[in-house]
Design a protein around this ligand. Structure first.
Ligand code: FAD
Length: 296
């Protein structure tokens, strides 16, 4: 609606801060794909790159190995995702301490989900919610901590207000940045920013951008996490299941338009869910004015 300003001229505008999210690879082939992706995106000099933690901590060792390889082989600043679901405080603390000793000082602190979509129950000896995890991490070391935010409200939240209060608790406990769940409707995000501001949240809320090429896969993911897919977007991908080439072009156009509109509304920090594929993210970062550093 009326919140969307016309796109300003790019000339002279400062490029935004960007960050990239990867998942830890399961096989040697996927590992090679990830490293090709990291090498290509590294030239854009992201503020940090984050590595996810598989459901219920299932990728603990692979996440750790991937983060450590980033420390050893690149000049990038890594952020390790860490969840508290299904684990004792001692176990979670041990993982965090290992990161700190290895020079990994940024944690994306999350609750995580129960396996098989079961209703959430905190581990009796664990951190119950992400806010408790943030508090615990701060006692271990001076970690930089990012947390999750939900423009469309977390599916298990009692209400949008309760969910926003929870975000504020996570930031008050010591997190300094929120990264949003994926969204495609910019108006939903901008309204969420207004509500966050009204609730006294001053920390940056960074939009999580998912460049979608595999629309059917994205739709399933979005259903599970409460992200709505605008009708116009579903319409653009309709009938393209077997047309990879057109799907990629549509995907680039959709994501480029999304980030340009956010940029025109003053957003100057973006987090990309890369799915370990560099091309679309690279192009979209370029569209935002990010230029590669040949030395990086
Ligand atoms: P919380 O902030 O703890 O909130 C969870 C729910 O509980 C919300 O509904 C909240 O309103 C409610 N709540 C909070 N405190 C209380 C309380 N005291 N009483 C009652 N209700 C309460 N998952 C992974 O497994 N690995 C990852 O690497 C990963 N990375 C992610 C990265 C981002 C940027 C995002 C947005 C999500 C990520 N997730 C990941 C998914 C995340 O684990 C799930 O969305 C999970 O369901 C909620 O995690 P949270 O940290 O937001 O939880």
């Amino acid at each position: 609606g009326e919140r969307i300003a016309p796109l300003p001229a790019r000339d002279g505008a400062a490029p935004p801060a960007i960050s990239f999210e990867f998942f830890p690879p399961k096989t040697e082939g996927l590992e090679a794909q990830l490293w090709h992706c990291i090498e290509r995106l590294a030239t854009l000099r992201p503020d940090f790159v984050s590595v996810t933690y598989g459901a219920g901590g299932s990728t603990q060792e692979r996440t750790h190995a991937t983060v450590l390889r980033i420390v050893k082989e690149t000049a990038l600043t890594p952020a390790a995702h860490l969840t508290c679901v299904g684990a004792t405080k001692e176990d979670v603390n041990a993982v965090a301490e290992r990161y700190w000793q290895a020079g990994v000082k940024h944690i994306v602190a999350l609750r995580g989900d129960m396996p098989g979509g079961a209703p959430y129950t905190p581990h009796p000896g664990g951190y119950a919610f992400a806010a408790d995890l943030v508090e615990g991490l701060k006692k271990i070391a001076a970690f930089e901590i990012s947390v999750a935010a939900y423009p469309e409200t977390h599916p298990q939240a009692a209400s949008p207000k309760a969910d926003l209060d929870n975000l504020k608790r996570k930031l008050d406990a010591g997190a300094t940045r929120a990264i949003t769940q994926v969204f495609f409707d910019n108006n939903i995000f901008l309204r969420f920013m207004d509500r966050a501001l009204a609730a006294g949240i001053k920390a940056p809320i960074v939009p999580g951008i998912l460049p979608v090429t595999n629309f059917n896969q994205a739709r399933k993911f979005c259903e599970a996490c409460g992200t709505s897919i605008p009708q116009w977007m579903a319409g653009m991908f309709e009938g393209l299941d077997d047309d990879v080439e057109t799907r990629r072009m549509v995907a680039a156009a959709v994501a480029a338009e999304q980030v340009r509109l956010l940029q025109a509304n003053g957003i100057d920090e973006f987090h990309f869910y890369t799915l370990n594929r560099p091309d679309l993210t690279y192009a979209i970062a370029r569209i935002l004015g990010v230029k590669p550093d040949p030395a990086a």
